[in-house]
Design a protein around this ligand. Structure first.
Ligand code: ATP
Ligand code: MG
Length: 569
């Protein structure tokens, strides 16, 4: 490819309306252009990268035995009514009408369409298992499209759907897809983690999200560096610490006139924050459904995990207690709350860490006072103990291997064992070995193809621009020609190198635009080409080409043979 015959349009200024680095760099490099909120045109340059991602996904799906197909973007309302999702999908589902006033939606995902295809095409268990996939445009009317193609409304997704005669076959395919995803993200050169997702709502089936680790990620993840344990922070278990030490201090009131936070109290008393306990007052329901006052206790440096708390009996719909309720049950304003000396009976739930503490400090339920030297069993009854906090960096990994690290993640893939939800709702059956009609079990497997392009940039960039992992680079090599119009020998040497590299299967672009070297190099760095070769008159005289890897600090002068050997890897 010659850049003089391509459309490359880079920007010097960093676009003001882009918040994260991938969005900025994609705009600056001219990979995408906004058409409307959440709708982007892929420029020729952007499309080259998108296609590279698609091809890796396609190759690995094929290798894993999935079969490519394509389903319509526009799908009839009747189909979506069969599963109840016409109503349930909510405002993300873009609904449209044709000239006959028939209603349709723009596909956000395709369980209905593929199940409809399957029920017309496949009759016998002998044809199973089957895994169909497509790489197509999806539309979701996201409430807050942002970060460019990271959270767009129209985006490219690979979606696959598998069908099975029994659960064993489904779980074997699930594992296969999990492994295929791991290969895909590894080949793409991404640092990623497979994270167990909450399976509560789908009843014991398996679900994993694949996340690319990046600071701009929307999800908080906890993972062990010594094992493959990884979970959303919302779900990661905080394991119980070792046994509780013996009590050594007497119980005593301490004056804390203006100290309302654990930090301030610890500073005033000159003790570590880890010796204080925070009391969070909420209202749940007792066994009879009556309001119940609950004090949730976490260590001063920890935070209550609302999702874990809501999983405890009576707390599914809990809310924070009001100031009036604090006065009523504890006789104190917030800032001085604690589990001792309540005015009325209350339920106390202690986090596992708090239950293992001795000689700790809590609020005295009296404005201006805390109580120090508090000990379970001696000063107050043993509490109800539960895991109700967020894990923090350095906690023991729940799988017993190593300690946890926290990171943010961008969800780029999702594998899901669906079970029979769709096949049952859509009366989709096959005949089993005994001739009985049974509903096949299904799995679904999504990859955010266009999101991967942005996620890769979040992980791979520097001040000069993008640093593509080789598998995603628009070209592997850029040949920059200095002054081609005035020096036919230079132009010819560059042409011949270009032809030879492409013939050797190394995707190479010739920058024959005749730009000044500085502007040309800035473009090539910005768009992230992994290898740069400069062809100049001076180099030709010396019999060398200037070579520089995108990630290298210095350029090297190499003769032609050495250069070719280097680029052939
Ligand atoms: P998210 O939580 O990010 O909204 P999701 O759980 O809705 O994702 P899925 O329904 O599992 O996503 O879709 C499969 C994949 O499609 C996701 O893993 C993600 O990579 C991608 N994806 C989903 N929504 C978008 C979007 N608005 N823009 C770009 N990619 C998306
Ligand atoms: Mg979503």
């Amino acid at each position: 490819m010659r850049l003089s015959h391509f459309h490359l349009r880079t920007e010097k200024e960093t676009p003001a309306d882009a918040e994260i680095v991938s969005h900025k760099l994609m705009l600056k490099a001219g990979m995408i252009r906004k058409l409307a909120a959440g709708l982007y045109t892929w420029s020729p340059l952007g499309l080259r990268v998108l296609r590279k991602v698609e091809n890796v996904v396609r190759e690995e799906m094929n290798r894993a035995g999935a079969i490519e197909m394509a389903m319509p973007s526009i799908q009839p309302k009747e189909l979506w009514e069969e599963t109840g999702r016409w109503a349930k999908f909510g405002p993300q589902l873009l609904k449209i009408r044709d000239r006959k006033e028939q209603e349709y939606c723009f596909t956000p995902t395709a369980e209905e369409a593929v199940t409809d295809f399957f029920r017309q095409e496949v009759a016998s268990y002998k044809q199973l298992p089957l895994n169909f996939y497509q790489i197509t445009t999806k539309f979701r009317d996201e409430i807050r499209p942002r970060f460019g193609v990271m959270r767009a409304r129209e985006f490219v997704m690979k979606d696959a759907y598998s069908f099975h005669i029994d659960d064993d076959s489904l779980h074997a395919e699930y594992r296969k897809m999990y492994d295929a995803y791991s290969r895909i993200f590894t080949r793409l050169g991404l640092e990623f983690r497979a994270v167990a997702a909450d399976t509560g709502a789908i009843g014991g089936s398996a679900s994993h999200e694949f996340h690319v680790l990046a600071n701009s990620g929307e999800d908080a993840l906890a993972f062990s560096e010594q094992s493959d344990y990884a979970a959303n922070v919302e779900l990661a278990e905080a394991v119980a610490p070792g046994p509780r030490p013996a009590a050594t201090e007497p119980l005593r009131d301490v004056e804390t006139p203006t100290q309302k936070t654990c930090e301030d109290v610890a500073a005033l008393l000159g003790i570590p924050l880890q010796r204080t306990v925070k009391s969070v007052a909420v209202i749940g329901a007792d066994a009879d459904g009556q309001p119940q006052f609950v004090l949730a206790l976490v260590r001063g440096d920890h935070a209550v995990n609302e999702i874990k708390l809501a999983k405890l009996p009576g707390l599914a719909d809990y809310r924070l207690a009001t100031e009036a309720e604090l006065q009523d049950y504890l006789g104190s304003e917030s800032g001085f709350l604690g589990p001792l000396r309540a005015k009325k009976p209350i339920r106390v739930v202690a986090d596992r860490t708090v239950a293992a503490m001795a000689d700790f400090v809590v609020g005295a339920n009296r404005p201006g006072f805390h109580i120090a030297g508090v000990n379970w069993g001696r000063d107050l009854p043993e509490p109800e103990v539960a895991d109700i906090r967020n894990v923090v960096e350095g906690d023991a990994s729940p799988d017993g291997h190593g300690t946890l690290r926290l990171a943010r993640g961008i969800e780029v893939g999702h594998v899901f064992a669906l079970g029979r939800k769709y096949s049952e709702a859509m009366q989709c059956t096959v005949l089993d070995a005994s001739g009985k009609a049974v509903h096949p079990a299904m799995g679904c497997y999504g990859i955010g193809v266009s999101r991967i392009v942005a996620a890769a940039i979040e992980q791979n960039h520097d001040d000069a621009g993008i640093l593509w992992p080789p598998a995603m680079a628009p070209w592997q090599v850029a040949i920059c020609v200095i002054n081609p119009k005035n020096d036919p020998a230079v132009a010819a040497a560059a042409e011949s190198l270009h032809a030879e590299l492409n013939a050797a299967g190394i995707d190479t672009v010739l920058d024959d635009r005749g730009l000044r070297p500085g502007a040309m190099f800035a473009d090539i760095e910005l768009i992230g080409i992994p290898h740069r070769v400069v062809v100049s008159g001076r180099g030709l005289e010396a019999g060398t080409f200037e070579y520089r890897a995108r990630t290298a600090q210095e350029a090297e002068q190499l003769d032609r043979e050495t250069l070719l050997a280097r680029l052939r890897g």
